[in-house]
Design a protein around this ligand. Sequence first.
Ligand SMILES: Nc1ncnc2c1ncn2[C@@H]1O[C@H](COP(=O)(O)OP(=O)(O)OP(=O)(O)O)[C@@H](O)[C@H]1O
Ligand SMILES: [Mg+2]
Length: 141
Amino acid sequence: MNKQTVETHNEQETADFAARLSMELGGGTVLALHGDLGAGKTVFARGFARGLGITEPVSSPTYTIIQEYKLPQDKWFYHMDLYRIDDYRSALAFGVEEYLEDSNAYILLEWPLRIKELLPTSTRHIYIEHLSENSRRIIVE
Ligand SMILES: Nc1ncnc2c1ncn2[C@@H]1O[C@H](COP(=O)(O)OP(=O)(O)OP(=O)(O)O)[C@@H](O)[C@H]1O
Ligand SMILES: [Mg+2]
């Protein structure tokens, strides 16, 4: 997965981009999804899940912090929303490290800077910028 920048003009394009990206990655990838409220992180996560072949609905895990989706061959997709986490200590308390270390998992983090102290050095960073009501710039670093 190389560095890339795209501009999307609706929710569907963002989801499609994420779906394509998920198919380029292997398990054991931690993706930090940066962006303001309403930028499109959950839309991205939904497309990403679809690319992995997940058919269950992917909703915002805000109230559960983490949603787990089982994939074939003992792989997993973990979707975390850390908005309500105060700092990395409270994330440690719910066992975030075990998720981050799971080499059989695709891990997507909304509000990743809440646990910046814990992000693996191999974390890939994705920035979603709000350009206008329906346009977003997505930067994959
Ligand atoms: N190009 C676009 N890409 C993604 N979402 C878009 C786009 N244009 C409009 N939208 C709308 O922006 C909203 C994005 O919401 P979403 O829940 O994905 O944001 P979020 O970054 O997860 O916010 P939060 O931090 O609250 O979890 C949706 O209502 C979606 O329809
Ligand atoms: Mg969200």
